[in-house]
Design a protein around this ligand. Structure first.
Ligand code: LLP
Length: 464
């Protein structure tokens, strides 16, 4: 696609949209695989686990994140079942609150946290600390101390300073720390540059290629307070092809074998991180946990056989693939506008009552989303539309391109699927917009799990 001099969002054929976007036969019909399992539509009204969108909007207001609890739990369970001999750590950065931490614990998964704040949420949920892993490229001494005092199961170290700090803390507290070493496999994952994490020129991990990773393991092994548990690699996020994981696993396992021969220690575990893609639009075709298991386990088995080393216990850290599809965001339409484009085409702008404060992903990563009219049957012909937010910024886009019934108007509810991961967790108060509530729905019951911010919350930190 030729980009316009005013930027990629400008000047595309307004009446056609991007090449991947198909004109739906009926814009009222759901594209099933983009929605959580409990979502249905009858007479144009969307419902989840038996509760309708208008009921949710009426009771809890909009914008609203609506989590299908059984779907979230089901996706967590599907990973555990697909990898019965591995440890699955839900990556809390995707979306963590006390309720989701409890669901994860109850479904038998472990939890990956990457800050003291995420650890605090996990501990508030009484998540078993031995099932928590702590990440982060710049953990503070206070965060490390708290993790050790709480008894977290493993700490994934990411710098030489951290190894020394952690060793000193174990001496101070009289404890032993179980440690994994985050390594960089030098893989260019096919995803947005900002969420790709295993090429050499970025902040995470110790490079395998330049020997930093082997040196880091040596430092861990030489630290009396640290127990080396294994190597950790995470190549990026929203990845669909397994070739990146394959290259990374090969390189990491070669290092694993080298550690055994040169340092005389065998890492009992191998963590291949998360990053498994989900479907936001009809462009995306994600693998199921079973597909992933078949692919990844074979890669690891084959490589271990070739290197003649025992297969380490595998762990994975899916975040988006568990939380993302479980949730939709419900908005109310406030205004609509037809905007003329070059060549006589026009684009329909539909403004909703949220935007980049509840979903920064379109602005940050040019992420595509889809949406549907959730409150009534329309029957009007589909019109290419752009759903935008209420923020004072032209890039405040919720859904860049979607076919919506041409009569969408003020008061209608729109639902955007796939917003369970990296939406509430990346939410901001830009323009002093209070952050939206999260409601969990199960068996016909909806309950608030994170309440909506109030004006008082907004002003609580402002000391005047
Ligand atoms: N493990 C580690 C060490 C990670 O850094 C991440 C994500 C995950 C697991 C989970 O990845 P997932 O399965 O959720 O893809 N804000 C970005 C995504 C940032 C991902 C950061 N790390 C987005 O909205 O796309």
């Amino acid at each position: 696609m030729r980009s316009h001099e005013a930027g990629a969002l400008h000047g595309q054929a307004g009446d056609r949209g991007p090449a991947w976007l198909r004109v739906p036969e009926d814009p009222d019909v759901l594209v099933r695989h983009l929605w959580s399992s409990g979502v249905a539509k009858a007479d144009g009204v969307l419902s989840v686990a038996g509760v309708t969108a208008p009921e949710l909007a009426e009771e809890f207001g909009t914008p609203l994140y609506v989590v299908d609890e059984d779907d979230f739990r089901g996706r967590a369970r599907a990973f555990a079942l697909a990898f019965p001999d591995a440890d699955i750590y839900y990556a809390g950065k995707a979306f963590l609150c006390v309720a989701t931490a409890r669901w994860v614990a109850e479904e038998g998964l472990n939890l990956d946290v990457c800050t003291g704040g995420e650890l605090a949420v996990a501990l508030r949920a009484e998540f078993p600390p031995e099932r928590i892993g702590l990440h982060g490229n710049n953990k503070s001494v206070a965060e490390l101390r708290r993790a050790l005092q709480a008894g977290v199961g493993r700490i994934i170290v990411d710098s030489v300073e951290e190894i020394a700090r952690l060793d000193a803390l174990t001496a101070e507290l009289g404890v032993q720390a179980v440690v994994m070493v985050r390594v960089t496999a030098g893989v260019e994952a096919h995803t947005h540059e900002y969420i790709s994490t295993s090429h050499e020129d970025q902040k995470f991990g110790f490079s395998i290629a330049d020997g930093a990773a082997l040196d880091a393991v040596r430092r861990v092994v030489d630290s009396p307070g640290l127990t080396f548990a294994g190597l950790h690699s995470h190549i990026g996020s929203q990845i669909f092809v397994t070739d990146g994981f394959e290259v990374a696993a090969r390189r990491v396992l070669r290092l694993h074998a080298q550690v055994a021969t040169e340092l005389g220690v065998v890492g009992a575990e191998l963590d291949l991180g998360g990053g498994f893609g989900i479907a936001y639009t009809t462009q995306d075709d994600p693998a199921t946990p079973d597909d992933l298991a078949r692919g990844l386990l074979k890669i690891v088995d084959d490589e271990c056989a070739a290197l003649d080393v025992a297969v380490p216990r595998l762990s994975l850290e899916p975040g988006r693939a568990i939380a993302g599809p479980s949730t939709f965001t419900l908005y109310e339409v406030g205004t609509t506008k037809a905007v003329g484009l070059d060549g006589g085409a026009s684009r329909r702008y539909v403004s909703v009552d949220g935007g980049m404060s509840d979903n920064i992903r379109p602005a940050l990563y040019s992420a595509d989303y889809s949406c549907t009219l959730a409150s009534r049957d329309s029957g009007a012909p589909a019109v290419l539309s752009r759903v935008v937010g209420k923020h004072c910024e032209a890039g405040d886009i919720v859904v860049k391109d979607e076919y919506l019934p041409g009569d969408v108007r003020a008061g209608d509810l729109l639902a955007v699927p796939g917003t369970g991961a990296y939406c509430r967790s990346l939410a901001s108060n830009y323009n002093h917009v209070p952050r939206a509530a999260v409601v969990a729905v199960r068996d016909g019951e909806a309950r608030v799990v994170v309440r909506r911010e109030s004006e008082d919350d907004l002003l609580a930190l402002d000391l005047g």
